[in-house]
Design a protein around this ligand. Structure first.
Ligand SMILES: NC(=O)c1ccc[n+]([C@@H]2O[C@H](COP(=O)([O-])OP(=O)(O)OC[C@H]3O[C@@H](n4cnc5c(N)ncnc54)[C@H](OP(=O)(O)O)[C@@H]3O)[C@@H](O)[C@H]2O)c1
Length: 259
């Protein structure tokens, strides 16, 4: 296989949770450009429709499923649907997640903590178990968990430590399952993005305009990432070129964690 073929994803089907906007949308586009068919999951039907129109124009089979992945139970329902009604999934990107709440630990209601841990961690566990379990049976698969540099450091000037907690746990889960499934042709890796300019961050920055400058001052490259900059890394992890890599955490943060 020549070098460039190792980055091709022709004949593969990728499921991207949260694939309609932000980093998920950017990874979906990169997969489609590399030849993969797509299944995109998100809550809002209009966002999915837009992504469907844009990505179908690349000539791939793109399916969308409007679904709220806010709990382990809903993730189970989604997996039931996918395993029953859709073709095999070769590449799973567990991307849904986010901080969502800026709350000090001393003020964090237990229910909120549990809900956001489920959003960031339990859904990834369920999709890995069910869809990754099917990959294990077939003998080939790629699982990419979208963690965060908050799995390595605590973000300054914002609360909601469910986020750091869940992302550390997602990295631990990645490493352990990677070891378990290494003999079965399924690699399990994680990406740790730093600050990227997506809707989630635009919301924080609009609530407190000085926050964007504060974050940029912490990044050696002096700027946030553009979503399209995560695409090539995801394609690498999804293809043959990364076949000897499993359990890795790949940081892409403009140098944020160097200081
Ligand atoms: N952006 C960053 O700087 C950054 C940094 C580190 C890590 N990350 C991680 O990267 C991932 C994506 O972040 P992002 O900034 O791209 O987020 P985003 O801009 O908010 O996009 C999130 C995507 O997920 C979907 N989504 C959100 N909640 C959902 C739910 N309950 N069920 C199903 N789909 C849902 C959204 O569509 P709908 O709203 O229509 O559902 C959208 O497609 C997250 O895990 C986040 O923690 C992001």
């Amino acid at each position: 296989m020549n070098l460039w073929d190792m980055f091709r994803l022709d004949g593969r089907r990728a499921l991207v949770t949260g694939g309609s906007r932000g980093l998920g949308r950017a990874m979906a586009q990169a997969f489609a450009e590399a030849g993969a068919d797509l299944i995109l999951v998100g809550r809002d039907a209009d966002n999915l429709k837009r992504a469907h129109e844009e990505l179908s124009s690349l000539g791939r089979d793109v399916r969308t499923i409007a679904f709220d992945l806010d709990s382990g139970a809903s993730a189970e329902q989604l997996c039931d649907l996918l395993l029953r009604e859709h073709p095999p999934i070769d590449i799973l990107v567990n991307n849904v997640g986010g901080r969502r709440e800026n709350l000090a630990t001393e003020d964090m209601p237990l229910e909120t903590w549990q809900r956001l841990i489920d959003l960031n961690l339990t859904g990834a566990f369920v999709c890995t178990k069910r869809l990754g379990g099917a990959m294990r049976t077939r003998g080939w698969g790629r699982i990419i968990n979208i963690a965060s540099i908050c799995g390595q450091i605590a973000t300054r000037n914002i609360g909601g430590r469910h986020y750091e907690t869940a992302k550390v746990a997602l990295v631990g889960f990645t490493r352990a399952v990677a070891a378990d499934w290494a003999p079965f042709g399924v690699t399990v890796n994680a990406i740790a993005p730093g600050g990227f300019l997506t809707d989630a961050n635009r919301r924080w920055f609009s609530e407190r305009p000085s926050f964007q400058k504060e974050v940029e001052a912490l990044i050696p490259m002096g700027r946030l990432g553009e979503p399209e900059e995560i695409g090539p890394l995801a394609v690498y992890l999804a293809g043959e070129g990364s076949r000897y890599m499993t359990g890795a955490l790949l940081t892409i943060d403009g140098g944020y964690t160097l200081w």
